[in-house]
Structure formats: C-alpha cells, structure tokens
Design a protein around this ligand. Structure first.
Ligand code: F6P
Length: 345
C-alpha cells in the first residue's frame, strides 16, 4: 500500500473518443481500492484556477460510449503562465490531491513529468488520435480516428469515379502520418503522403498518369496535415520535450497539392479536410477496451507507488515506461508498412 488517499484526474490537449472510458475505468478501480477521486476540469487549467470537484459514481455511469471528455479539455501550460506552477501547487494543497492521473497527448504529459520535479506525483495515459506517443502501438482515440477517415475514403471513392476527379483527403496527425497511413491502406488510397517521408510531385503525377493509362481516370490521395514536399529525406530525429501551448494550427497542404496536380495533369481536383470530425463521436470497441485497460493500469501503478510513469501498449500488452523515456523520442514511423502501402500506388 501507499499513503495516497485522493487521486486527481485531468484530461488535456486535443480530446479523443474513449477518453470517458478511461475516466470510468480509473474511477471504478480507484473506488475499489478505497481512494477518493477528484475531477480536475479542463486539463491543467483546472489546477491553476482551482476548478476541482469530488467525483461520484453517478458521474461515470453511461459514459463508456460517449465521445469527448466529461472533465473538459484545454491546451494550457502552467509553465507558460506567470506563477502558473505556484498556483498548481497551491491548489494541490488546497484540494489535498496526493497523485494525478494525467490523460492526454505528449504535451500534456510533459507538464506532468516536469511537475514531478516539484514533488507532484503522477502517472500518464497516452490519449491522442495522432498516435505519436512512443512505446505505444496505439494511443487512445487513434483507432476511432482511423475508422472515421477510412469511411471518408470509401465515400470519396464513389464520387471520384463518377466525376473522373482526383480527390484529396487531408487528415490530422501534426508531424505524424499514422492516421493517413492506416486509413489510406484500409480505404485503398492510391497515394498516401506522410510527414515522415517528404513527397515528390513528379512521383505523384507519375502515379496519377500511370492509372490514367490503365483506364483509371480518377485517384484518391490521403495526405497528413503535416506532410511536406520534395527533398524525400527521412526525418526521424530525437524530439525535444514539447511545450504545451506551443500548438499552432497546421493544415492546408491538401489545397497546395491540389493546385499542383491540376496544373500538371489537367484533372479536376477536390479537397476534403476531415478536421475535427476525426476527434468526435462514439469510440470503436477497440478504443473502449484499450481505454478501460489503461485506466485500470493507472490505478495499479499508483497502488505500486510507481510515479512519473506512462501507461503503454505494445504487442497487446499493457505495461508502463518512465515518462522521460517515452516523451524524449519520436515514435518512429512504421516504414515497412509504408512500403507495403506503396505497392498499391
Ligand atoms: O489532438 C491532436 C490534433 O488532433 C492534431 O492532429 C491537430 O493538428 C490538432 O489536434 C488540432 O488541435 P486543435 O483542436 O487545438 O485545433
């Protein structure tokens, strides 16, 4: 056992379907062990402003299949706000929080890790549709986002062939191409463009023209919002810990590519930016199960007095790795899978 009595839960960064399933599982498991659970509203903002409340069983019932997060989310970083860390510490004392379950993408968890240096105990849960957290085959929300993007590709196929057009689907992922790669393979896209492999316009045009020669007068291209043209160099380097709050809005690459394709091939080209639809709605069964397992694991870590750890998912096993190890490196793209996808170009 340990001296933890009250556990705070927060959800930060971009929300995902199945976040509520994590909260539900962690709450139920925590209560089994006699912990009190405090809900922290809107990510780290709740600890800056003191927006904290005691959770009860009623709050987590009926939320397993509900998208979004009942705790609210925000991209707020106490290290970027004057006296932010002091305010967090004050509210930790005021609400007698002994440990935190931090649910979020890398930025939100970097804050957790850094607050550990001020004595705050916490464990992280990787939740992001971008699927870019190291030591995790799948982060929570990714599977649902892939389903949504795949469905969009299926729908684009029919209209692309009717109108003999090039259809570009721009998907999320920031600097990671996981959603593009997985949905592109699942949906049978003709080209998949990801940030990890810089693309070449000549190659895109060759694929489109090659299809035209085979009587295929339409094509589907899936592009990750962070994809970049030309040099075709790999970009797998050590990533500095990201500062939460540094997220600018990215996107628009689909339109740039569309103009170039029209200019070079004469094909009418249309762009669909899938946007926040990828983060909404009901989670898949896979995400619900993963979220449930991870929520349970977070309480087990607290029971074992293991803090500054991130819950991880590799090879269908739930494990845990030190936050520093998880957050200090890029999750490498599966380039073998990318090569498989190219077979269908
Ligand atoms: O949650 C990660 C992410 O979905 C990125 O893929 C995307 O670029 C970003 O969030 C959008 O964030 P926001 O909702 O803050 O505009």
């Amino acid at each position: 056992m340990n001296d933890i009595k009250n556990i705070g839960i927060l959800t930060g960064g971009g929300d995902t379907p199945a976040t509520n399933a994590i909260i539900r599982a962690a709450y139920i498991k925590a209560v089994m062990h006699g912990y009190k659970i405090s809900g922290i509203k809107n990510g780290w903002d709740g600890l800056i402003t003191g927006n904290v409340f005691e959770m009860d069983r009623e709050l987590v019932s009926g939320i397993l299949d509900r998208g979004g997060t009942i705790l609210g989310s925000a991209r707020v970083n106490p290290f970027k706000i004057e006296n932010g860390v002091e305010m967090v510490k004050e509210n930790i004392n005021k609400f007698s929080i002994d440990a935190i379950i931090c649910i979020g993408e890398d930025d939100t968890n970097v804050v957790m890790h850094r607050l550990g240096q001020y004595g705050l105990k916490g464990v992280g849960i990787p939740q992001t549709i971008d699927n870019d957290i190291n030591y995790n085959d799948y982060s929570i929300g990714f599977d649902t986002a892939v389903e949504i993007a795949t469905d969009a590709i299926d729908k684009l196929h029919t209209t692309a062939s009717s109108h003999h057009r090039i259809m570009i689907l721009e998907v999320m992922g920031r600097e990671a191409g996981w959603i593009a790669l997985y949905s592109g393979i699942a949906g049978g896209a003709d080209l998949i463009l990801i940030p990890e492999v810089q693309f070449d316009y000549d190659y895109i045009v060759n694929v489109i023209e090659g299809r035209r020669e085979r009587g295929r007068d339409y094509s589907i291209i899936v592009v990750a919002e962070g994809a970049k043209p030309d040099t075709r160099k790999m970009k797998l380097e050590v990533k500095p810990l990201i500062e939460l709050g540094s997220h600018g809005v990215i996107g628009g690459i689909g339109n740039t590519i569309a103009k170039e394709i029209e200019r070079r091939t004469g094909y009418e080209t249309r762009v669909t930016v899938l946007g926040h639809l990828q983060r909404g709605g009901k989670p898949t069964a896979f995400d619900r199960i993963l979220a449930t397992r991870m929520g349970i694991k977070s309480i087990e870590l607290i029971n074992e007095n293991k803090f500054d750890y991130m819950v991880c998912f590799e090879g269908n096993n739930i494990s845990a790795e030190p936050m520093e190890k998880v957050l200090s490196q890029y999750k490498e793209m599966d380039l073998e899978l990318y090569e498989i996808a190219k077979i269908f170009n």
